[in-house]
Design a binder for this molecule. Structure first.
Ligand code: AHG
Ligand code: MN
Ligand code: MN
Length: 327
């Protein structure tokens, strides 16, 4: 049996990185416990305020955020944190070598209905050790990430992690409190017949995305010549986990529903960490055309269209967008 502690504690991994990942995953155990108690822990429902993006915060969004923030603030390797639920990045220890970004609770709309939610995290290098970190320190492209992962609080709690080019999965043993390795070197098939999209936004998509989904729905009777199947967890963390387990395509594409938002998902603490996991597992991740990991961020909370998963399918979407670039 390989525990997370045993897996991480090798000379191949930077001790600072090991320590920060350990802090995040320890908090994950607490969040997992709270979720198990559900209504009994008085954690469901609205917190009564909005985050910087104008979204209603759930009690658990705030709680998970505070737990991560408090734990990371006292980690000597952590120079600062940025979160979906914080307007600005919060400096931590000036001598730290790492910056941590997170979506403390992904899939908030699932909390109150007892469905899967998760925590997504991304770890970047800190370049100005000795100085207090600022927002601008976090604005690094996704290909600079040193490690990334998520905790999925589903029927069991699973950790997916990428560090040193490898993607690994651990399951939290509720009896011992250990994360136990369940899959080493996760790889995704290049082809798939399963896709995830919130189709209620169809009328707001660009023409190439509408054409793509039309083709999938036409199945055997259309140009693709085979049937496709839809799945939508309403928590990216759940959809990405399914893709790491059995392939598939996930997209939250560009839409014109809100002209200020280029897609719904946030680049720095949703799209980037998931893209790193997916690419290292042999998949692909784009904004429909370009690699997400190469996007140079200008704001901590910036949004990006996302198309990720099985490589051939992600490339098929990119080809359609290039062919119909005028639409
Ligand atoms: P969050 O709960 O952190 O705001 O993120 C929810 C995101 C993502 O996880 C999911 O794929 C998507 O929103 C669901 O969107 P719809 O409500 O449009 O289905
Ligand atoms: Mn989210
Ligand atoms: Mn969230």
């Amino acid at each position: 049996m390989t525990t997370l502690a045993k897996y991480l504690n090798t000379d191949a991994h930077d001790p600072a990185l090991i320590d920060v990942i350990t802090t995040v995953t320890e908090v994950g155990k607490t969040i997992s416990q709270l979720l198990k108690k559900g209504a009994l822990a008085d954690i469901l429902g609205e917190a009564g305020n909005q985050n910087v993006q104008g979204e209603e915060q759930k009690k658990l969004d705030v709680l998970a955020n505070d737990l991560l923030l408090d734990a990371l603030a006292t980690n000597s390797h952590c120079a600062g944190v940025a979160s979906e639920e914080l307007d600005d990045a919060t400096p931590a220890n000036a001598d730290g070598s790492l910056l941590v970004l997170f979506d403390p609770l992904d899939g908030s709309s699932n909390i109150d209905i007892n469905m899967a939610v998760g925590t997504i995290f991304s770890i970047l290098p800190y370049q100005r050790q000795g100085h207090m970190s600022e927002n601008s320190d976090f604005l690094q492209a996704g290909n600079k990430q040193l490690a990334a992962g998520y905790l999925l609080y589903g029927t069991s709690t699973v950790l997916a992690l990428t560090i040193a080019d490898n993607v690994v999965m651990f399951s939290l043993d509720p009896d011992t409190g250990d994360y136990v390795l369940i899959e080493d070197n996760v790889q995704i098939d290049a082809d798939t017949s399963e896709y995830a999209i919130n189709a209620s936004n169809y009328r707001h998509w660009r023409a190439p995305m509408q054409q793509y989904i039309d083709e999938l729905i036409a199945g055997k009777t259309g140009v693709r010549g085979r049937d496709f199947n839809t799945r939508w967890v309403a928590a990216m963390v759940g959809d990405v986990h399914r893709i790491l387990c059995r392939g598939g395509l996930f997209t939250y594409p560009f839409d014109t529903k809100d002209p200020n938002k280029a897609g719904k998902l946030r680049l720095m603490y949703e799209a980037n960490p998931m893209s790193l996991l997916i690419e290292r597992a042999g998949g692909a991740a784009t904004d429909a055309v370009n690699r997400i990991l190469e996007v140079e961020p200008t704001e901590i909370h910036q949004r990006v269209p996302v198309v990720l998963g099985s490589k051939n399918e992600v490339n098929y979407v990119a080809d359609l967008h290039v062919k119909h670039a005028d639409q």
